[in-house]
Design a protein around this ligand. Sequence first.
Ligand SMILES: Cc1cc2nc3c(=O)[nH]c(=O)nc-3n(C[C@H](O)[C@H](O)[C@H](O)COP(=O)(O)OP(=O)(O)OC[C@H]3O[C@@H](n4cnc5c(N)ncnc54)[C@H](O)[C@@H]3O)c2cc1C
Length: 394
Amino acid sequence: MERYRDRAARVRAFGERVLAPTIEEEFRAARPNPAAIPAMAAEGLLGWSLPPRYGGLGHDYRALAVLCEELGRIDAAHQITVTVHLALVGLSILQWGSEAQRQRWLPLLARGERIATFALTEPGAGSDVGALIASARRGGPGYVLNGEKSWISLADEATLFLVFASVDRARRHHGITAFLVERGTPGLSTTTYPGKLGIRAGSTGSVIMQDVRVGPDALLGQEGEGFAVAMAALGNGLYTVGAGAVGAAQAALDATVAFLHTIDPSGTGPARSQWVQQRVARMVSGVERSRLLIHRAGALKNRGVPNARETGLAKWQATEAAFQACQDALAIRAAFGPPPYDPIERILANAKGSVIFGGTSQIHTGMQAGYALGYRPERAPRCPAPTATDLAAS
Ligand SMILES: Cc1cc2nc3c(=O)[nH]c(=O)nc-3n(C[C@H](O)[C@H](O)[C@H](O)COP(=O)(O)OP(=O)(O)OC[C@H]3O[C@@H](n4cnc5c(N)ncnc54)[C@H](O)[C@@H]3O)c2cc1C
C-alpha cells in the first residue's frame, strides 16, 4: 500500500500545482485549460499504465485507480482525459493490437504526441451498443467508414480515434468492428457541444465520418470482433470513472469539513447536530466503501482474474455514492449560508455525467441482477486482458 500512497502524493502535488488553481474559472467559463493535457503528458500521466517498453511508466491497475482518484478529486474533466486516452484506447491497443500497431501507437500515446479518444456512442445507440448504425464497407484493400458518433470526450482535441462501425448491421453485435483512425484522414470531422451542465472544464462532442477510407492496418482486433473490443475497453474505462468518482466524493467531503470548521470552529454548534452528522457520516461511508470496491476490482485486474461483475459493481456504487455525497454537501452548505456553493456545484454537475458514461446506473443495476441470478456468464476474450506483470514489462 505504501507505494500507492507515494504515487497518490506525486499526482496530488502535480494536480494541486498545475490543474487545481484555475479549475473553478475553467468550469464557469466552460473553457478547457489548453495547457492541461501537455502538462499531464510531460508528467508521464498519459502513459501511466503502459509498459515501459512502449514508453510508459508501467504502473499497475491499482496505481491507475490512484491516478484517477487524484485527478477526479480535482475535476472529472482531467480524469476523463486518462479514461479515454489511456484506459479506453491505450490499453485496448495493448490488448488487441498487433505488435506493429503497439509499436506504432503506444509510444506516441505515452508521450502525448497523439491524444486518443473512444468513439462508440451514436445519437441512436448508447446503452444498446448493438443498435449502432455507423457502417464500414470494404473498399479497396481496406474499409470506407460512414456515420456519426455523439457524446465523444475530447472530440475536438483528439488526434487518434478508436471508432466502432458495423460491417453488417443484420449481424447486430457480431458485425461491429473496431478501427483506429487518425485526425487528418479525409472525411473525418469533429465538433464540440457548447453549454453542457457538467464536465465544463472538458470538451465533449461529435465525430462525423463521411467516406473515410482506412487501410487494413486500421483494424483493431478482427472484423466482427468490435463488440468484444468495446466491452473489454469499457471494463477499463468504467473502472477509471469509478476511481474518479471516489476522488469527487472525497473532494465533496473535504470541502464540507472545511466549511463546517469555518462556521463552527469549536464543533459545538451546527456541526454537532444529528442532521449534519448523518450527512457527513454517509459521505465518509460512501467514499470508503467505493474506494475498497475499486481496489478490489483493481487487484483482480492485476492478476488477470475475470472481474466484470466486481468492476461494474464498483463503478455503479462509486458514482452513485459521489452523486449522493454532492447532494449531502450541497444540503449542508445551503442550510447554513447563501450561494455561491463552489466547489460543490461543480462537483455535483460533474457527478451527473459519471452516473451516465461507462454504463448508466440502470444498466449496471440490471447487470448486477443478471450476475446474481446466473444469467450473465463471463466469457474470456480471444486476447486476454494485460495483467500487472504485462503492464510492467520492460
Ligand atoms: C459527459 C459524457 C461523456 C461521454 N463520453 C463518451 C465517450 O468518450 N465515448 C463514447 O462512446 N460515449 C461517451 N458518452 C456517452 C455515454 O456512454 C452514453 O451517454 C451512455 O452510454 C448512455 O447512452 P445514451 O445517452 O444514448 O442513453 P440511452 O441508452 O438512450 O438511455 C436513456 C435512459 O434509458 C435508460 N435505459 C436504457 N436502456 C435501458 C435498459 N435496458 N434498462 C433500463 N434502463 C435503460 C438509461 O439508463 C437512461 O436513463 C459520454 C456521455 C457523457 C454524458
